[in-house]
Design a binder for this molecule. Structure first.
Ligand SMILES: [Zn+2]
Length: 251
């Protein structure tokens, strides 16, 4: 059995048996895969902190044919994002991103762009970028890479360019102008196109400064989350936790 190696980000892990852990990796070259790390819960084990959620690692493993689980032999830490998750909102947000990736991308489907998006998002947050804006950046690109980002610039029905307010239909299948909008609808602010245009051209910010008003960012995130929840047919658990926290904070 040949030993393989993949540059990966740890999405999550869970305990199994007395001393082991199962790790969900998101690898640059093979996408999502699961591996068992034997003895990973023993004190002073050989994995150190490399298996913590969101660690950027080089994982070495053995794979048997027709087995879903690989056996992790070693894991070298390339970059840790452990301290970045000291902040609870950041920690929940990163679980939310991991949940989205696992939900929308089947195991063993390679997506190099999504890998780079997650890594640059982690590096931005570590560098102190604004959490809400960086999250909006991730969500916008995630929708695009999943193929569910609607065209916010043209009405889905009449194909005319949308100049002011547009509407997202309640079944989230498209964006409509004032004339064509079906019964159930949510308003979309015109800023969304400015924001999406900016994101297409720029990498995620590395500092607290961001070019948009925070209320616009919040409004746009709400639209994007509605589309994500609609496609998942449920609200991500970590997103519910985040929303509960922001309600408590604003009370
Ligand atoms: Zn129209």
């Amino acid at each position: 059995m040949a030993r393989k190696q993949s540059e990966s980000i740890v999405l999550r892990s869970f305990e199994i048996g007395e001393q082991d852990k199962i790790i969900v990796f998101f690898a640059k070259d093979v996408g999502i895969f699961k591996g068992v790390a034997k003895g990973a819960r023993k004190f002073g084990n050989r994995f150190g902190s490399s298996l913590e959620p969101m660690s950027h690692v080089n994982v070495f493993y053995y794979e048997k044919e027709n087995r879903e689980l690989v056996t992790v032999s070693n894991c070298d830490l390339i970059e840790s994002f452990f301290d970045t998750q000291n902040d609870l909102d950041t920690s929940f947000t990163l679980s939310y991103f991991a949940e989205l990736i696992e939900e929308f991308f089947p195991p063993r489907s390679k997506d190099d762009t999504l890998f780079r998006l997650l890594l640059s998002t982690l590096q931005s947050l570590k560098a102190g970028a604004d959490l809400d804006f960086t999250s909006a950046y991730f969500e916008a690109w995630f929708l695009k890479l999943s193929g569910i980002l609607p065209d916010f610039k043209r009405c889905k029905k009449c194909r005319e360019a949308i100049s002011s307010v547009s509407w997202l239909s309640h079944n989230k299948d498209g964006v409509f102008c004032d004339r064509c909008v079906p019964q159930g609808k949510d308003e979309i602010s015109p800023e969304i196109n400015v924001l999406l245009g900016w994101m297409r051209k720029n990498p995620p910010p590395k500092d607290k400064e961001q070019p948009f008003e925070s209320e616009h960012v919040a409004a746009i995130r709400e639209v994007m989350q509605r589309i994500l929840v609609f496609h998942m047919e449920r609200k991500p658990k970590s997103l519910s936790l985040l929303h509960k926290r922001s309600v408590t904070k604003n009370e």
